[in-house]
Design a protein around this ligand. Structure first.
Ligand code: GZL
Length: 337
């Protein structure tokens, strides 16, 4: 269990608070309800949790939904004082943000690491400062699991396997040439979705990945890379895109080339955000594996437990589902994101 700065401060605060209360009781009473008098000195009251969150960026519809879930949940009404930063998909910006939260003396830090590697030094600094860290959405490859309290997110390998199994069973009953739009280079979802898809299709000789390149999880880069694939290959049967946004960019490129997405070239993606589900319902995408972005409530619950010094699970995997075109038509009216 991480003896958090807040937990230690709370004990000190209670003693100090008792002292302050005793003094106030002797005085004319009144006194300010200003929380800055809090022994924790963290700007909020004793019960307010100050949390610093470093977000990857605003690169996709998934990221927008994830940010909304976090900002809608970590509110003052729910007992949080949230400091939020957008790293514009740059690791150096996230490291800078985490250092600023350490300097600020927040009770807890949470972040979605844009890439898996290069975090040990800054996580050591947080640990030395007695500030617990929670990972959301994406994982880090640190050997030292004491550097973070918990990971909350999806199983990206399973997402890739689900996509691959559907392709193998539904499309690769004859030889198919696949082009892959990878997510951000070095990001856990890109590494794992690639591995899962390859694992699930490795026993089907009909599946051949003829090209694979990063589209950085964005619609514009997905379109540009797909334009290159169409220039380089005249026998593409399927696009496997690591997220809806790159798949939507591929649709634009396919249509600009005079081909019909979902028919001439099939498309399988991951996320199941509204725009992707609409394209699936419209027949331009053939199958989508969901990646649930609504991580705010889980993060709030874990943060409260961590700050209270309670044990938490090291890895909390959120449930994902998948959708065919028919299922998308049914699901669209009630989708939250
Ligand atoms: C997955 C998340 C990925 C999404 C993309 O948990 O990290 O990043 O699949 C997003 O849409 O950009």
């Amino acid at each position: 269990m991480f003896s958090t700065k807040k937990a230690r401060t709370r004990l000190t605060g209670v003693l100090a608070g008792a002292a302050v209360f005793a003094l106030a009781a002797c005085s004319s009473g009144g006194g300010s309800d200003d929380d800055t008098a809090d022994a924790g000195g963290n700007g909020g009251g004793d019960d307010v949790i100050s949390i610093g969150f470093s977000q990857v960026g605003a690169e996709s519809g998934w990221r927008a939904a994830n940010t909304k879930s976090i900002q809608d949940t970590l509110t003052a009404e729910n007992g949080f004082d949230l400091s939020f930063s957008d790293a514009q998909q740059k690791q150096e910006n996230q490291i800078q943000a985490i250092r600023s939260y350490i300097a600020q003396g927040v009770d807890v830090i949470a972040f979605s690491p844009v890439v898996e590697s290069g975090w040990d030094a800054v996580l050591e600094e947080a640990k030395d400062a007695g500030i617990p860290v929670i990972l959301t959405d994406r994982a880090v490859d640190s050997e030292d699991e004491s550097l973070y309290e918990s990971f909350i997110g999806s199983d990206f390998v399973l997402e890739g396997e689900t996509a691959g199994e559907w392709v193998s069973e539904n499309l690769a009953t004859e030889p198919i040439n696949v082009v892959e739009l990878q997510g951000t280079t070095g990001a856990a979802p890109a590494i794992d979705r690639k591995a899962g898809f390859e694992e699930a299709t490795s026993d089907n000789p009909n599946v051949t990945i003829i090209d694979s390149q990063t589209g950085n999880f964005t619609r514009s880069e997905g379109k540009t890379v797909m334009e290159g694939f169409l220039q380089a290959h005249d026998d593409i049967d399927l696009v496997y895109a690591h997220n809806d946004d790159m798949g939507l960019g591929a649709i634009e490129a396919i249509e600009a080339a005079g081909l019909v997405p979902g028919e001439d070239i099939k498309i399988v993606t991951v996320d199941a955000v509204k725009d992707g589900m609409q394209a699936l319902a419209d027949g331009k995408i053939n199958f989508i594996v969901e990646c649930n972005p609504l991580l705010g409530p889980d993060l709030a619950e874990i943060a409260k437990k961590v700050v209270a010094g309670e044990e938490v699970e090291k890895r909390i995997v959120v449930e994902d589902q998948s959708f065919t075109q028919e299922q998308a038509v049914e699901a669209l009216p009630t989708r939250e994101y």
